[in-house]
Design a protein. Sequence first.
Lengths: 158, 522
Amino acid sequence: MTVGYEPWDKARGAEIIAEHAGLEGATLVILHALQEAFGYVPEPAIPMVAEALNLSRAEVHGVFTFYHDFRKQPAGRHVLKLCRAEACQAAGGDALAARAEAKLGVALGNTTADDRVTLEPIYCLGLCATAPSAMLDGRVVGRLDEARIDALVAEAQR
Amino acid sequence: MTMRIFIPRDAGAVAVGADDVALAFEQAAAARGMPVEIVRTGSRGLYWLEPMVELATAQGRVGFGPATPADVPSLLDAMAGNGQHALRLGVTNEIPWLKRQTRLTFTRCGVIDPRSVDDYRAHGGYKGLERALTLTSDQILADVTTSGLRGRGGAGFPTGIKWKTVAQASADRKYIVCNADEGDSGTFADRMIMEGDPFVVIEGMTIAGITVGATKGYIYIRSEYPHAVDAMNAAIVAARRAGLLGKRIGGSAHEFDLEVRVGAGAYVCGEETSLLESLEGRRGIVRAKPPLPAHKGLFGRPSVINNVLSFAAIPFILDNGARAYADFGMGRSRGTMPIQLAGNIRYGGLFETAFGVTLGELVDEIGGGTFTGREVRAVQVGGPLGAYFPRALFDTPFDYEAFAARDGLIGHGGIVVFDDSVDMAKQARFAMEFCAVESCGKCTPCRIGSTRGVETINKIINGERVAENLAVVEDLCNTMKFGSLCALGGFTPYPVMSALKHFREDFGGDLGPAPARLQAAE
């Protein structure tokens, strides 16, 4: 369970949905808000969103699954995103990603068995002139080298 | 006297320690009882010097960098004393890398406090809107058209024509949409300007709104840019408070307001019709055109949809006149382009200059070659959908048509440099993989072609029937290029084919002749 998130609660979910339901094209806004509160988009929330927006469950489920950002289940305690796009590849990002995978014992896109760290690829943080780059729980880090990636991994494991 | 110190809050600077440096300055100044005002700015775009700290002096701002928290005590000594320090860069505006640029769009970026309307105004901001409010819609359209401004997102469509189409459409509502889904690797100009000078984007969108008769605008920012989202939201609140958004903007009869919407990690949403779908709350599935967004765009209403840099170019044009902008550039590429130098490069950053500079000048002279010190082997221009250029093509001038004539594109102006350790077969496969992952799935050439592309390039890498499989890749590329609905499937062939054409030796085996050039898609 990721630290700092509320446990799923139907009433709280309904409150979040109601807060944004009046916006034009509210689906993504609501899914983001739910994930911000609970750390993921709980499945029981999908039909609630559909009903609030007068959409079918299939439509909301389609939106939820289309976008990479939305999670079906909570992430690990820390989320380490490594930029895997071309500028970071050019700057040695491939080797650093492999190093992080080896240190954590999981491939990109997975969470460690102790639920501490979710390691994810990200396609461009826009830090391409200070590549390779990464983001640990929302904090950006550039000019990665072996020592820095090791420090980031160690911080995430703490 | 209070010292004024400027430290970027730009994500690129923060990623290399700007927040720690700012904190160290605060603490050290407090401990010494020195009166210091720290202003958090955007970045000047000289990223190898970040975190770059600037001090206001009688001669102008003097830069120091790259600074670490450990440098702060000695930097404070230098700033309070004679100014000498090992990290001293001199008067920032005189740094050759910056001085060589023509900053029209980025003139204030890294200079002003991005949260202060007053600072923006003190540096010439909102003069474009002031003038626009004295003009008719037709007069503004004439200026935008005469400036020669073309869409900076990559497609290069003339902005004036787009705006005119929306202005002439009649509807109960119209929208202004800013495409800030800057997903291309190697590009960060949108991020920088949103973080460093967000009001210029707001001003450009406001001018668009009063020109075409739209009262509502959306800025669709990718979720990978949380700093830009914060900066734009803060600027919108400040602009509203100053009466520059909302009803009766700037005391006029015009109404215009803005809202930020955040993407959710889908690259394809940078495609304009997919972005509109996403804004409407749906999956980012590309729409067939026509109808054009200018006729039926957001929520079916006529919509201007432009890139961040297109909107950000508008205030200069309105303030200084269309000619002042059009005087820069070459051929049909008028004005300046904020070029982004990235990847394995010594002097990476934002280099805004008139069109016409050659790729070689950008990579070798301005960029200083690779930071690994190895030979430059390939540069990818224009993001994941852009072609890889070898040194033999470094005489190509930065211009929409010149790049197209060499089977490439300038796209959003990103240049990613690779040294001689690059494996171009791997890069070609990555282009197909990326397309396969990010395809919205609506059209077959993109959805299936990219997956078949990955499989086939894998066979080539494994040495299986190389010549025949190369022919399959070329065939797939042609199908994708001519049969895809949007640029994702349509342009993925650029990196693949350019890798095949210019770096054929990386694909192994006895390969036969290089492929003939692809015909233009248009």
